[in-house]
Design a protein around this ligand. Sequence first.
Ligand code: HEM
Length: 381
Amino acid sequence: MNFKRHLFLVFTIVVLIICLKNQNAETNKNHSSSSEFEMLNWSSSDEQSLSASLFSFTGNNVEAPKHSESLRYDYYDETCPQAEHIVQSVVRRLYMTRPRIAPQLLRLVFHDCFVQGCDASVLLDPADGIESEKAAIPNLFLKGDDVIDIIKSELEAACPQVVSCADIVVLAARESVILVGGPFYPLTTGRRDSNEPHFQFTNELPAPTDDLPKILEKFSSKGFKEWEIVSLLGSHSTGVIHCNFFSDRLGRTNEPDPSIDTEFLNLLRSKCNVSEASSALPASGSAPVPSNEQPTIEMDYKGPGNGFGTIYYQSLLQSKGILFSDQQMIAAEETAAWVQAYALDVNLFRLKFCRSMMKLSNLGVLTASKGRVRLNCRKVH
Ligand code: HEM
């Protein structure tokens, strides 16, 4: 391994550790007792061995995390050394005038990776009679593809036909996490793009009306454990939710969802212009069909700047989750214990979030001849 590569890895690990250590600003210092840690199989040695768990050094080799054997940390070193810098600078530049792109890109990586892997299939436009994933109901409000286009065109200008759209999606999401106050996590690269969209698999995405067993089933089919699911949902600390997605909880035509705190129910009703007798929203129980006319509520509804992760878990414990699926995280001990742990210890959350995002970003990747590098992220050819 050359000196440059060593230097990069050491630098990345140091940044990661500093990042995780320095996030105490909004931490509740009276965090978990040791018994809670034991219950969750977590110990301080876990944090000390963070770098070892993220990177495994074997002599001169650097082993990528499981599930990504063919991806590498220095994949573009020879062919496009400035690749990650270009992604970072474009996301940061656009964020200055369009801060909404950060949560949009974070959601985009989930919707790409969860459906047949991180292969940028979600970006494809319909072509040759083949339906695009964008047309599927879970993706109707999905945004950020225009940002990927801008990044791609800058990368094509710098190093033509080298950097895949799939790598851009995961790298742009990581940059977005940092911009909204979340942690840095290392990512390997070398993903290839799909040759087709996977419209027929989009129903594998969890729905906001799913209950806990359904959510666990969907995530465990992709290999995620409870602690990973709960930590990934911490992404709902940022961005907006259209009222359609939780209107059936507000008690318009029937009783409101009993799992919502009463004061919070009234807040949601007023934000969504819903009175008990209102008929402005679709019938209760019907699948939420997005509409651009629908009002939105900020996920971080107490106002921006409250900290990535912190408010979200505390809100769930106070029965103030916006989506039914979010609030379901405290419906059973197996996930509720993690909600409690993350609510009490933001550093624990950030560590678990890093690991879970790395796993999500490596899900079902295509490498080498199994995929291609698209010239235009919206088109196969
Ligand atoms: C049970 C699992 C999940 C469900 C049911 C779910 C559902 C939703 C829904 C309905 C919205 C609102 C979309 C809108 O109104 O425009 C949303 C937004 C969002 N979701 Fe999720 N989600 C889940 C998991 C995740 C995960 C794992 C991530 C990231 C790793 C994520 C990231 C986001 C982000 C950042 C937003 C805000 C988007 C924006 O502001 O444009 N979600 N999600």
